[in-house]
Write a protein that binds this ligand. Structure first.
Ligand code: HEC
Ligand code: HEC
Length: 448
């Protein structure tokens, strides 16, 4: 008996992962995957790609000026969805109808349900945000829309410089770009030296036409939540828009896809991924070399490349953007350097299957199409000079089976099935969310 136990312990130590209640024997596929994960990790650690738990505040990257607390997360969780702070719309018809989550829809992987995010000036929701369209009273330029598809805010704690062109944040790749920190697009805020997330979200509340007023504090009842979250501040400073941005930032840092099959697998549950997902992961972390770029914990990276994909205006479905839109220049718009033109940040890869639009211009509709695009290695956008396109973007010669497996890994292996834990049960105004226009109220089943 003793011998058998010893043998099990020995086997565990040698080739298997043992969790508290179960002993998993690694299959040859697990062993292959494990060694490719270790090789792919730039620190050569098997847990390199392991995300922290959402309440493990000590291990979630944060801004020392805005340390994570439960109270801030709780407040931010409501404000992110609060349609009652939509108080500076460009037209009266938009008042109290939109929220951050209009463009970052949880069931769509915290991305929009359509090709473009529409907040102020939008109407409708559908089942997943896909029905949002233009409110008749608005002209295109009056809408709150951007020339690039909203990025997901999942795993954003691991993004050092936010947005597709990485313009927010004073550190990371933005060291040396100080001359670009002008009042244009709120970039002077970089001067304060905060993390990108806090910096961007202060500007985000402006851009998206939101306010913290007496009505918000006293009629809805947010004052006591600010009291709890920001008790260190004087009362004069406490109820500010800036603190609203800090609370939202704290909440966003906890949006981690740590219940996805791949993450469960990394935690030691070798049954969390099926055989095809494991094979797909192996393709990602070996033959297809996806990990050369998608290499951080969130499977994104703070680097910029041109893949020559089409821009948002080319879908023919986006408002207030065109061939002249400077957003099409990517990182080059921000730095003003020709060598950065058409280069975009490497995005995170979790829960992408929840909304069918990929790349900064929503040019691809399925993950299979995305994988084919990488496998073919042929740029689709004639405006992007070949000299700008990443040299790694070339035919990969994956077999049809590898393409299939890789697609499944992206679709289900990297899908956290339980994002609902990040959605509040209610917001204090009691209004409909993420949208509160008449159509959305009907579709969301929450109108009067
Ligand atoms: C009208 C749609 C829209 C609304 C509303 C909106 N966003 Fe966004 N969000 C975007 C777009 C578009 C991007 C990408 C911007 C870019 O690259 O220039 C983005 C990017 C982000 C990012 C950066 C993610 C990354 O990985 O770099 C964060 C963080 C974010 N939004 C937070 C918020 C918060 C907080 C709010 C509410 C205050 C909000 N957003 C409201 C459209 C929207
Ligand atoms: C040269 C670096 C590089 C390599 C290699 C690379 N990617 Fe990417 N990936 C990017 C960049 C940059 C983007 C954003 C491009 C854009 O939208 O303009 C991106 C976007 C994506 C997207 C779309 C995400 C979204 O939010 O729309 C997916 C999916 C993706 N990559 C998967 C892969 C897979 C799978 C591989 C391996 C076959 C791979 N990538 C290899 C740099 C890379």
């Amino acid at each position: 008996m003793k011998l058998r136990l010893l043998a099990i312990i020995f086997t565990c130590a040698l080739i298997a992962a043992c969790t508290k209640d179960k002993v998993y024997l690694d299959t040859p596929l697990d062993q292959l995957l494990n060694s490719s994960l270790v090789r792919a990790a730039d620190d050569n650690r098997a847990d390199h790609f392991l995300l922290p738990e959402s309440d493990d505040f000590a291990n979630i990257p944060q801004d020392p000026r805005n340390p994570l607390t439960k109270d801030k997360v709780e407040l931010g969780k409501m404000l992110f969805f609060e349609t009652g702070i939509a108080l500076s719309p460009s037209k009266e018809a938009g008042k109290k109808t939109y929220s951050c989550a209009s463009c970052h829809v949880p069931s769509a992987g915290f991305r929009p349900g359509g090709v473009q995010g529409i907040a102020d000036g939008g109407i409708g929701f559908g089942a997943n945000g896909e029905n949002r369209s233009k409110l008749a009273a608005y002209r295109d330029f009056e809408m709150d829309v951007q020339g690039v598809r909203p990025l997901s805010v999942l795993n954003v704690a691991f993004v050092e410089n936010t947005t597709w062109d990485g313009r927010f944040g004073s550190k990371g790749v933005n060291v040396g770009t100080e001359d670009r920190w002008t009042h244009d697009r709120g970039l002077h805020l970089n001067e304060e030296g905060m993390s990108a997330l806090e910096t961007q979200n202060i500007e985000g509340l402006e851009v998206h036409r939101m306010e913290i007023t007496e009505e918000v504090l006293d009629d809805y009842g947010y004052r006591t939540y600010f009291d709890q979250a920001f008790s260190d501040d004087t009362e004069a400073e406490r109820y500010s828009k800036r603190n609203a941005a800090f609370a939202i930032s704290a909440y966003l840092r906890t949006l981690l896809t740590n219940q996805s099959p791949f993450q469960e697998y990394l935690k030691g549950n070798k049954d969390a991924m099926n055989e095809q997902e494991k094979k797909g992961a192996l393709v990602f972390f070996s033959d297809a070399k996806c990990y050369h770029c998608h290499k951080e914990k969130n499977l994104g990276a703070n680097e910029f490349y041109a893949l020559g994909v089409n821009d948002l205006y080319q879908t023919g479905l986006a408002f207030n953007t065109s061939a002249e839109d400077k957003s099409n220049l990517g990182r080059g718009q921000f730095t003003g350097e020709a060598e950065d033109n058409y280069k975009f940040k490497i995005p995170q890869l979790y829960n992408l299957g929840d909304a069918p639009f990929f790349f900064h211009g929503s040019s691809k509709k399925t993950l299979k199409d995305v994988v084919h695009y990488f496998n073919d290695g042929i740029p689709e956008n004639a405006n992007v000079p070949a000299s700008q396109v990443a040299r790694q973007f070339k035919p990969l010669n994956l077999t049809p089976e590898q393409v299939e497996d890789l697609t499944v890994f992206l679709e289900t292996g990297l899908r956290d099935p339980n994002l609902n834990r990040y959605v509040p049960e209610k917001i204090l105004s009691g209004f409909c969310f993420p949208n509160n226009d008449l159509f959305s109220q009907i579709e969301l089943g929450c109108g009067e």
